[in-house]
Design a protein around this ligand. Structure first.
Ligand code: PMP
Length: 455
């Protein structure tokens, strides 16, 4: 195919590329917004406009954009071998070294790593490992998996079932049987009037226990949760939530799978969100910041007791029959390994802890804004909730298009955020400085002021 200079990339894209999570008909007419360059926490569109990427793209560009250092590592890895698989006991030094580095920063008692290429693949693999575990333990009827409403855990066939959002199921004939949903820990909207965070947490843990008893504990395999729900709206757990949930799961021996695809690598102020909230996971799914998102890679980190069961299964069946062509891809592993070295050099967790007060102050200062109902976060992830009326928490009339207008206004002021329903999420690259954090909130406030004035 000959592509002439007159064919702009945007029109070629509109004509030929099917975009995920996009209104297809609108895209045919409008085409994409093209981002062509990035540096530090900034990206630039094809007209040269500069934006702070306040969402780290899809919660993932932890080291920002445009890294020469990571490019050099990728170049070297491609020159050395470029590709080799890790099936049937083969391997590459890069995959071995990355696995060891991950095991070294994993929570206690989690020493094994299974590599693949995306968050969806990590969660899909974890579903199979949960079933494999119960099969090894002589309880193959333990198949059911509990996740929380509005949870996002990927868009594969099984992971779409964990993802508890109606719009991810409609038109696809999903979910499959055996995926169960409980109330998400969204205190601001779902607590009863006057209900404390602790009381709300107790009620949600009781709901999980009641569901387990109704279904039969001997049929329930695992509970799935992000430490902070990301795409579900940046919902930080209310006081006591995970302690109470963990106690219920422990009572019935149900596995806890922590989806740390967003929360891993310092996002919540510790290396893992599980550590921020005292979760004891049996499996951790990680991706995104594992490679600072410059190359696709993900990992399932496996607790020792789950690996014991995998060993037994491998003995029984002759091998562990699961994995992908790109599991442990040496170029991705070399880059991810370098990313972990950079995290060590910059003291990633220490840096996030140092910026966190400025970040949280930014949210606190927005609380009195007329459009803001709630505002807050943890580490370097947070959100503001947009309301029409602070006291009643009423939403704006959808015909006013307040959220699209806020999106346009933030972009106009040079800030990209993530809109989720009536919430505006921020999760900037973890390299952000204090001055850049203040600038990010200043741009957000300008956008809120503009839209408030128009309304
Ligand atoms: N889990 C969580 C918590 C996520 O946020 C995402 C993606 N945003 C996924 C899983 C799926 O990851 P991917 O898009 O890489 O398949």
């Amino acid at each position: 195919m000959h592509i002439s200079n007159r064919d702009s990339a945007a029109s070629l894209d509109a004509a030929h590329q099917v975009h995920p999570h996009t209104n297809l008909r609108a895209h045919l007419a409008l085409g994409p917004t093209m981002f062509v360059r990035g540096s530090g926490i900034h990206v630039y569109d094809d007209e040269g406009k500069e934006y702070i990427e306040g969402a780290a793209a899809l919660w993932c560009a932890s080291l920002g954009f445009g890294s020469e250092r990571l490019a050099e590592v990728a170049r070297k890895a491609i020159t050395e071998i470029g590709y080799y698989h890790n099936f049937r006991g083969s391997g590459t030094p890069a995959a071995g070294v990355l696995s060891a580095k991950l095991a070294a920063i994993a929570p206690e008692g989690m020493d094994k790593v299974l590599l693949q290429s995306s968050g969806t693949e990590a969660n899909d693999t974890a579903i199979k490992l949960v079933w494999y575990y119960w099969h090894a333990r002589g309880e193959p009827q333990r198949r059911k998996i509990i996740s929380r409403r509005q949870a996002y855990h990927g868009t594969g066939t099984l992971t779409s079932c964990l993802t508890a959002k109606d719009n991810f199921h409609q038109g696809f004939g999903l979910p499959f049987e055996g995926f169960l949903y409980v109330t998400q820990p969204y205190h601001y909207r779902l607590a009863e009037p006057g209900e404390s965070e602790e009381a709300f947490s107790t009620r949600l843990a009781e709901e999980i226990e009641a569901l387990i008893l109704k279904e039969g504990p001997e049929t329930v395999a695992a509970f799935w949760a992000e430490p902070v729900m990301g795409s579900g709206g940046v919902i930080t757990p209310p006081a006591g939530y995970f302690q109470k949930v963990q106690a219920v799961l422990d009572r019935y021996g149900i596995l806890f799978v922590a989806d740390e695809v967003i929360c891993g690598f310092g996002r919540t102020g510790e290396m893992w969100g599980s550590q921020t909230y005292g979760i004891r996971p049996d499996l951790i799914c990680s991706a995104k910041a594992l490679s600072a998102a410059v190359i696709p890679i993900s990992a399932v980190i496996i607790a020792d007791r789950v690996f014991e069961a995998m060993l037994e299964q491998s003995d029984r069946f002759g091998s562990f029959t699961h994995g992908y062509t790109y599991s442990g891809h040496p170029v991705a592993c070399a880059v991810a390994s370098e990313v972990l070295t950079i995290y060590e050099e910059m003291d990633l967790v220490g840096h996030v802890k140092a910026i966190e007060p400025t970040f949280l102050q930014g949210f606190a200062e927005l609380e009195d804004h007329p459009l803001v109902g709630a505002s807050g976060g943890v580490g370097l992830i947070g959100a503001v909730e947009i309301v029409a009326d602070k006291a009643s928490k009423a939403l704006h009339d959808p015909r006013l298009n307040v959220m699209p207008r806020l999106d346009a206004a933030t972009r106009g002021h040079g800030l990209i955020t993530r809109l989720i329903g009536n919430r505006i999420a921020l999760s900037p690259p973890q390299i952000i400085t204090e001055a850049e954090t203040r600038e990010m909130f200043a741009r957000l406030r300008h956008a809120l002021d503009d839209v408030a004035a128009e309304l």
